[in-house]
Design a protein around this ligand. Structure first.
Ligand SMILES: [Zn+2]
Length: 384
């Protein structure tokens, strides 16, 4: 006898029954005639492990209620954030991030990657707070923590040392920001060097301004290949791609392909920049993910940590409107996103029993109706 039987689950395009014993999926078949302590009829609704939110800044979330939103340029918003960051404590980061992680759980999210600032002003407070949350949420969420050189590696004389300390403390990913203070190539060299030394994936806020003088994608790809890090480097934003002509764009796509880079799009950035051409990236087989990015702060006062919201923004901005295009967007916030983050993902025998029954019967409804999931099961336990 199983513990939990899910009947009539729409997995991909196929109706399946799923049997759970303990925290593990033990059977997935067209029809299961078995006894279980509890049975849920999914009634043909989409069932996924959970959503994947591939990019966020939870150490800086919920600043908007503390200090009101002021409109301005990206650098101006960065300055406002730096002013707030100087007074962060580990406990206040923990509390704000916890509030937004609880929203992510409710939205049906299973996997979250958050960047955390590391520099002399905040030290490792964010790293410690988010590593605690990773542990405290482990029965509900898979959290990856990326130590981010948000202010650059030359902004103060401690960041380089602190990034190594963050890696030694157990962060999952090392993160850089290619345009910050025009640090460019040496910044990229340093971050990729740490990725190689500590055997962790690297990611970059890459070409975020969208300006041509900040076009470092070719350099990142070249260094990635030189260091043998193909398949382990993720680019976030890649806004400058939107400014390239047809020939240059073809070259840019080739760089991404040769270095086996993955790409994370943060669609709410459209408020200040152009987005990378996602259809072109998907067409060459690039694993692509979507992230909430900022949540209730100076950059995005409306962020919710429900990754369907930025997914919907991308659908509108780049017109992902056909059934196949809706499928592609939902893939980016489910299996495709998990691939970018390197996390096993699927509803199959021996997988962990993480299932989310959506209030939708196809990917178009997933994006059109932002209804709460009908049921959330994590490691065999029914959360709601
Ligand atoms: Zn970001």
């Amino acid at each position: 006898m199983g513990d939990l039987l899910i009947k009539n689950a729409l997995i991909g395009d196929t109706l399946r029954d799923v049997l759970i014993e303990g925290d593990t999926i033990t059977r997935v078949e067209a029809s299961l005639d078995v006894q279980a302590k509890k049975t849920i009829d999914a009634q043909g609704h989409c069932v996924i492990p959970g959503f994947v939110d591939a990019h966020s800044h939870l150490d800086k979330c919920l600043l908007n209620p503390i200090a009101p939103y002021v409109d301005g340029t990206g650098p101006e918003k960065g300055k406002l954030t730096r002013e707030q960051k100087a007074s962060f404590t580990e406990e206040d980061i923990y509390t704000r991030a916890k509030t937004m992680l609880e929203r992510a759980v409710k939205a049906g999210t299973l996997i979250v990657r958050t960047n955390v600032d590391v520099d002399a002003s905040v030290g490792l407070k964010g790293v410690h707070a988010l590593l605690r949350l990773k542990e405290d949420f482990k029965d509900r969420l898979i959290i990856q923590v990326a130590a981010l050189a948000q202010e650059g590696i030359y902004f103060d004389d401690q960041t380089q040392f602190l990034l190594e300390q963050a890696l030694q403390a157990g962060v999952d990913v090392i993160g850089g920001h290619t345009i910050i203070n025009n640090e460019g190539e040496p910044h990229i060299d340093f971050i990729l060097g740490l990725a190689k030394q500590y055997e962790v994936p690297a990611e970059f806020h890459l070409d975020e301004s969208g300006q041509r003088q900040h076009y470092l994608l070719p350099y990142v790809a070249q260094k990635t290949i030189e260091l043998g890090l193909e398949g382990r480097v993720n680019g976030i934003h890649l806004c400058t791609m939107a400014a390239l002509n047809e020939t240059e764009l073809a070259e840019a796509l080739d760089h991404v392909k040769q270095a086996k880079m993955t790409v994370t799009i943060a669609p709410t950035a459209i408020s200040t920049r152009q987005l990378a051409p996602v259809k072109a990236l998907l067409n060459i087989g690039t694993p692509c993910a979507i992230g909430s990015d900022n949540a209730r702060d100076f950059f995005n006062p409306l962020g919710s940590m429900d990754v369907r919201h930025p997914a919907l923004v991308l659908s509108y901005v780049q017109r992902f409107f056909t059934k196949e295009e809706n499928d592609a967007i939902v893939h980016m916030i489910t299996a495709g996103g998990a691939q970018v983050l390197g996390v096993p993902y699927g509803i199959e025998v021996n997988a962990k029993a993480n299932l989310t029954i959506l209030a939708a019967k196809n990917s178009t409804e997933v994006l059109a109706y932002l209804d709460a999931p009908k049921a959330i099961i994590r490691y065999g336990q029914i959360l709601s």
